[in-house]
Ligand binder design. Structure first.
Ligand SMILES: [Zn+2]
Length: 257
């Protein structure tokens, strides 16, 4: 890690479970407990495109699947990644999480690969806004849904990428650049099985030009397909909330000695 010239981190649900954010496919995951919600989610993007007003009315009528994200707090794992970035060891965090916790913790060069549940995004021009910039409740009572983009008047949806929705172009391009550039990947709390995110470590691994072979370190509670397929070089078994702060400590000690 210390010798890496361009280290990046890829994170997933595992880094947020310690902040009380439920994952989707774990034993008590959102989809595991509510397969009907999963089936609905698969149709969500098409429904948005065909009837954005209805899509928004449905969203605003039920409780959020992820609970009250606005109040969720980052944990030691998120802060450890911020420290690594401050130490100039980590150049970028690419997360699959939509909970906004990396941003809250203070990560600067951050790519929210699947968007953020705390933001909204224009379907046409891709402009992102904070959720609070729209008075969704008023739009609903006035029958004025969907919210419209302040720049191009396009339909605005939640920034979180829906099933069937392509990864926004800016995010996909930046992530590819990072994967091609890095010489070390720290994989934190994800088995990286959801594509196209799952391509990133594999692209970094197979890259033939550029810097020497990318070293891939997993911090996961259990072995994953990345371990089994030997995409990763090392598996550090444990919770990111414990392992990552220890990593920061160790690096600090080495640097001071
Ligand atoms: Zn727009």
């Amino acid at each position: 890690m210390i010798r890496a010239k361009y280290a990046i981190a890829l994170t997933g649900a595992g880094i947020s479970t310690e902040s009380g954010i439920p994952d989707f496919r774990g034993p008590s995951g959102i989809w595991t407990k509510n397969p009907q919600a999963e089936r609905r989610a698969y149709q969500s993007y098409e429904e948005l495109l065909s009837d954005p007003k209805k899509w928004w009315e449905q969203r605003l009528s039920g409780p959020s699947l992820l609970g009250d994200l606005e109040k969720a707090k980052p944990n030691a794992g998120h802060y450890a990644l911020v420290e690594l970035e401050t130490m100039e060891l980590l150049k970028c965090v690419i997360t699959q999480n939509v909970d906004g916790l990396h941003e809250k913790a203070g990560s600067v060069n951050l790519i929210e690969y699947h968007g953020s549940a705390l933001k909204l995004r224009c379907v046409d021009c891709g402009l992102r806004s904070k959720r609070g910039e729209f008075d969704l409740e008023r739009l609903r009572t006035e029958g004025a849904l969907p919210p419209r983009c302040p720049k191009c008047r396009g339909v605005v949806k939640t920034d979180g990428v829906s099933f069937g929705e392509p990864i926004p172009n800016d995010v996909a391009q930046r992530s590819l650049q990072e994967a091609r550039k890095c010489d070390l990947i720290l994989i934190c709390g994800t088995s990286a099985v959801v594509y196209p995110f799952a391509d990133l470590p594999r692209i970094a691994r197979q890259r033939k030009d550029g810097p020497p072979k990318t070293v891939i370190i997993e911090v996961n509670t259990d072995a994953t397909p990345l371990t089994e397929e030997k995409v990763s070089d090392y598996l550090v078994r444990g919770n990111t909330g414990e392992i990552l702060p220890r990593l920061v400590e160790t690096i600090r000690r080495i640097r001071e000695s």
